[in-house]
Design a protein around this ligand. Structure first.
Ligand SMILES: *Cc1c(COP(=O)(O)O)cnc(C)c1O
Length: 368
């Protein structure tokens, strides 16, 4: 089965094989793996040792995103969020339910947010302390301008947190060039092509220290994760993590380095996306995004206008032809989401396009 979803992604056999063992989290051999993974992640984020640290939270991406919002945005204070997609809305809900005041900036979900979108709002309200946003909006496939927004936040003297869950490892971002960034978050099961189960924040150590006491939750307190690592070592854990997923992630990082790191991964995902986008157009389907706004992670496609079309029926028909795509969408218009990330190649994408064409024939047979 070719898994074309934006996480958990298709993985390589070597990564899956690393799961086939029993592991004690406090065993010294495992602790050295865990410490090594944290160090490697700081490297991928271009963090500076001693300035940045990896602060993991086990579970789904939402958990580590909540941890970052609770830790770096004080309770009751304002956080600006550019609202241009499903994951921005999720971030806003996490912040609101944690008692942070969200200042939403409404934007269309068909282009990335830029510094110009947020700067006037920042300037008009000095009480906004933090800007939080999604790097790659997995709802539609747009990419928000992390470079430009970061520069604007820095200039305005505010803080920034970044949901890079579907971007990290593929889209470029250097923590060492973004001192305004308190933390970015990502998970083991997306662009780094590991198993799902672990969330990571790469965070500024000085800010994590200064923010001690903010979280209002022991589980989601990244300052406590840092304090624990300081006390007990970088290989130590607070609560039981998905040990097999961490062991597999270490192997996934080997493969990432062997491929050539961020630039190589982005190039492959870009080639995947291009093959998919071209193929979709050739089939007569209509991509949701204009080409210049199409990011390299997920291609969203308008559902055929034919009244006989039913997404679930189509997804099942496509699955019978060996390709699995999401059976839900989260754009305003009815769409289909097709992932371009994971251990897959442009050749796989061309095969997928053929299968999509055939499955469309299955569910919308043309009169002979
Ligand atoms: C996948 C994803 C998340 C986290 O999703 P989980 O289901 O909680 O792992 C968060 N933000 C973005 C942009 C994502 O793509």
């Amino acid at each position: 089965m070719l898994l074309l979803i934006p996480g958990p992604v298709q993985t390589r056999p070597e990564v899956r094989a690393a799961m086939a063992q029993d592991i004690a989290p406090w065993d010294r051999d495992f602790q050295s793996v865990y410490a090594r993974v944290r160090e490697r992640v700081v490297g991928i984020a271009h963090g500076t040792p001693g300035v940045h640290a990896t602060l993991p939270i086990q579970g789904a991406g939402h958990f580590v995103t909540e941890a970052v919002l609770r830790t770096f945005v004080p309770a009751g204070s304002k956080v600006l969020i550019p609202m241009n997609g499903a994951y921005a809305q999720r971030m806003a809900r996490l912040a609101r339910e944690a008692g942070r005041e969200v200042v939403p900036v409404a934007l269309p979900d068909t282009r990335g947010a830029t510094a110009e979108d947020i700067l006037p709002v920042l300037e008009s309200d000095p009480s906004i302390g933090t800007v939080a946003f999604v790097y790659n909006e997995t709802g539609s496939g747009i990419v928000n301008d992390a470079e430009g927004i970061g520069a604007a936040v820095r200039k305005a003297g505010r803080r920034m947190v970044l949901d890079a869950v579907s971007a990290f490892g593929a889209l470029p971002f250097r923590m060492d060039e973004h001192p305004e960034c308190d933390a970015l978050v990502f998970t083991s099961g997306k662009c780094l092509e590991g198993m799902p189960g672990m969330g990571f924040a790469v965070a500024r150590i000085d800010r994590a220290e200064a923010c001690a006491g903010n979280a209002g939750s022991w589980s989601f307190d990244l300052s406590d994760v840092l304090a624990h690592a300081r006390r007990s070592g970088w290989g130590s854990i607070r609560f039981t993590p998905p040990v097999q997923a961490i062991a597999a992630f270490d192997v996934a990082l080997d493969l990432y380095e062997a491929e050539g790191g961020q630039a190589a991964r982005l190039a492959r995902y870009r080639a995947n996306t291009d093959a998919l986008y071209d193929g979709i157009v050739a089939l007569g389907l209509r991509p949701y995004l204009a080409r210049e706004h199409q990011g390299p992670v997920i291609v969203t496609v308008h559902q055929p206008a034919d009244p006989r079309f039913d997404l679930m029926t189509f997804v099942e028909a496509l699955k019978r032809r060996g390709v699995l795509i999401s059976n839900f969408y989260n754009t305003v218009a009815p769409t289909m989401r097709i992932g371009a990330i994971g251990a897959i190649t442009p050749e796989d994408m061309r095969r997928a396009v053929q299968a999509i064409g055939a499955a469309l024939q299955d569910v919308l047979p043309k009169a002979a």
